[in-house]
Design a binder for this molecule. Structure first.
Ligand code: MG
Ligand code: MG
Length: 252
């Protein structure tokens, strides 16, 4: 079921989103060689609880942590552990929280120390894929426009779009309808309406799009690097609003 949020409900989600941005920004800043993903997870959980919110990933279908930590060829859903991060890795950090009953969901991919130019390009292209999608997040446009925007940009840069996982509606539940694919046909699919809140989350591989799923871990089948970038977005009658960013990044 699609739920449209009224302005009061959108305001609650904005509050949750802004809090999550603060938390994830602090977690990203703590990434460096030798830090463990368990440390990052504990930091995320502590900051979320300190602010009076709850981590929404912890215990979700049995997930054992508050943060997903997906290193290098891990696409998403990596489980935090005690291995120290190594210089040159890419790490996807995906986090969700619930504040006063309203969810926010957000992910960033960051570099561990100095990384190879190709890894940096993958990170930047994945972020830009989100902003390409955001540009078509207009009431009256369709879900396929979002998928197409991500896919066209990623593939033009020589990368591929993960097909087996997608973004989603979000609200009182972390995962609501509709599914928001990162590939698709322009002009196809459900129409976007003001009041929809969507977690838009490109997952982009440096190699082929095929993934291997083993328990929680989703890895690239060819072992290539993967990156992930996500925000919770409110569709309005005018410009879309990123609920997990206080200030909109200048578009490049
Ligand atoms: Mg997420
Ligand atoms: Mg999500």
């Amino acid at each position: 079921m699609i739920t449209l949020k009224n302005p009061q409900q959108a305001a609650k989600m904005r509050e949750a989103g802004h809090l999550l941005e603060e938390v994830l920004t602090a977690v990203c800043a703590a990434v460096e060689p030798s830090v463990t993903t368990r440390h990052l997870d504990q930091l995320a959980e502590r900051l979320i609880r300190k602010a009076g919110a709850k981590p929404s990933f912890l215990g979700y279908q049995g997930f054992p942590a508050s943060l997903c930590t997906s290193v290098d060829n891990v696409v998403v859903h990596g489980i935090p552990n005690d291995h120290p991060l190594r210089e040159g890795s890419l790490i996807g950090l995906d986090c969700g929280l619930v504040l006063d009953g309203w969810q926010a969901d957000m992910a960033r991919t960051v570099a561990v120390g100095a990384i190879a130019p190709e890894a940096r390009r993958l990170m930047e292209v994945t972020e830009q894929c989100f902003f390409e999608a955001l540009a078509v997040c207009r009431a009256g446009n369709r879900l396929g426009d979002i998928g197409h925007a991500v896919q066209a940009y990623a593939e033009a840069q020589g990368f591929s779009v993960v097909r087996d996982l997608c973004g989603h509606g979000i609200g009182r539940a972390m995962h609501e309808d509709p599914e928001v694919s990162n590939f698709g046909e322009p002009g196809h699919g459900m129409r976007l309406r003001a009041g929809m809140t969507l977690a838009i989350e490109p997952m982009i591989n440096a190699g082929g799009y095929a993934v291997h799923m083993d328990g929680w871990d989703v890895t690239t089948q060819d072992g290539s690097l993967s990156a992930h970038y996500e925000n919770t977005v409110l569709i309005t009658a005018e410009e879309p609003e990123i609920l997990t960013m206080r200030t909109m990044r200048a578009r490049g």
